[in-house]
Write a protein of this length. Structure first.
Length: 344
């Protein structure tokens, strides 16, 4: 019903505007008695075979909502009704920032893809922390953290540690995001020495807490093999708890959308179906290098249940969706969970 009735209408509206419209509708609907229970009964799919014990946490199922959808932790309780096993908020920065100029979110319908150059637009970690204190659902929440645009790279660690301090006790795991292509210079933090120092600083801080939370690194799909080898070395050396593969790509290869339309859109990170194969390739490589027990969350181009299973077979312990959620609708979560539960 979503693809044939609701999506054509929603896709007539500017992509970012419709995102905010849907958020307002969900917020209002969530206040109506019985609506959240109704949504849960329609979209949730539970089975003991779906439970996963990863990162010292028990996930009700392995399908999560990727960062970027609920940046400011505004709809944790409402989004939980769609059957996610975990929800990742952010990317959050210490200070509020408006992000890049609009328009900055574009649909590539012919490719089942999105291009975004949002630029870490968010209301700041302090406001998100206040909302997290009020949430009612028990769903696992990850805190995806980054640096403000104006913060120099050599001082980036202060932004990440500030976010850890603000979210301590309010999220179940942290994600160090150094892989967004939409903050100038951010991806330079993926280089060997800056990344080693940043992860070491964050790990030292989290270990000092009464109830230390796992720390994961989110990486780009555009890294070379040698860069991936450096990532593996640093993850193990710093005892970082897991890795999320992958963020959006700056590549525009193999798109069905005309080249002049792509050029008109301009810069930004590409997500959706065109990212699927590269993301899976990175997951498979990381699994071979990191061994069987290292936690990997797979994300990138999951548009249906088979795509999710492919990520898991490549080595992902958990998966996340974003663009697939937009193109396929909320029923995709149940579809994926049912397929995973029934796979041989």
């Amino acid at each position: 019903m979503y693809k044939f009735l609701f999506r054509p209408i929603l896709f007539l509206i500017d992509a970012e505007r419709v995102h905010h419209l849907v958020f307002r509708l969900l917020s209002v609907a969530g206040k109506i008695p019985g609506i959240k229970s109704l949504l849960s009964s329609i979209f949730s799919y539970k089975h003991t075979n779906l439970e996963r014990n990863i990162l010292g946490l028990r996930f009700e199922n392995p399908v999560g909502l990727a960062a970027g959808f609920d940046k400011d932790a505004k709809l944790i309780d409402e989004l939980n009704c769609f059957g996610f096993g975990f929800i990742e908020i952010g990317t959050l920065t210490p200070k509020p920032q408006p992000g890049n100029d609009k328009p900055r979110l574009f649909r590539l319908k012919a490719d089942q893809a999105l291009i975004n150059r949002m630029g870490f637009n968010n209301g700041g970690v302090t406001q998100a922390a206040k909302r997290l204190r009020k949430r009612r659902s028990k769903v696992i929440v990850g805190g995806n953290i980054g640096k403000n645009k104006v913060t120099p790279n050599d001082q980036a660690f202060t932004d990440y540690t500030t976010c850890v301090e603000a979210l301590d006790g309010l999220v179940d795991y942290f994600v160090v995001n150094v892989s967004s292509p939409n903050t100038p210079g951010l991806r330079e933090l993926q280089e060997k020495e800056p990344l080693r120092k940043l992860l070491a600083d964050v790990k030292v801080l989290t270990r000092s807490k009464a109830n230390p939370k796992p720390v994961l690194l989110k990486i780009a799909p555009d890294l070379t093999t040698s860069q991936l080898d450096d990532i593996v070395e640093i993850l193990l050396e710093t005892k970082t708890d897991g890795v999320i593969a992958t963020n959006t790509t700056i590549s525009r290869e193999g798109l069905a959308t005309p080249a002049d339309a792509i050029e008109k859109i301009g810069s930004g990170g590409l997500s959706g179906k065109p990212l699927k194969d590269r993301s899976t390739e990175v997951i498979r490589y990381l699994r071979a290098k990191l061994g069987t027990n290292y936690p990997i969350i797979g994300v990138g181009g999951i548009m249906n249940a088979e795509d999710a299973v492919e990520k898991i077979k490549a080595g992902a312990d958990l998966v996340q969706i974003y663009t697939g959620f937009i193109y396929e609708g909320p029923g995709i979560v149940k579809e994926i969970n049912r397929r995973i539960r029934n796979q041989p």
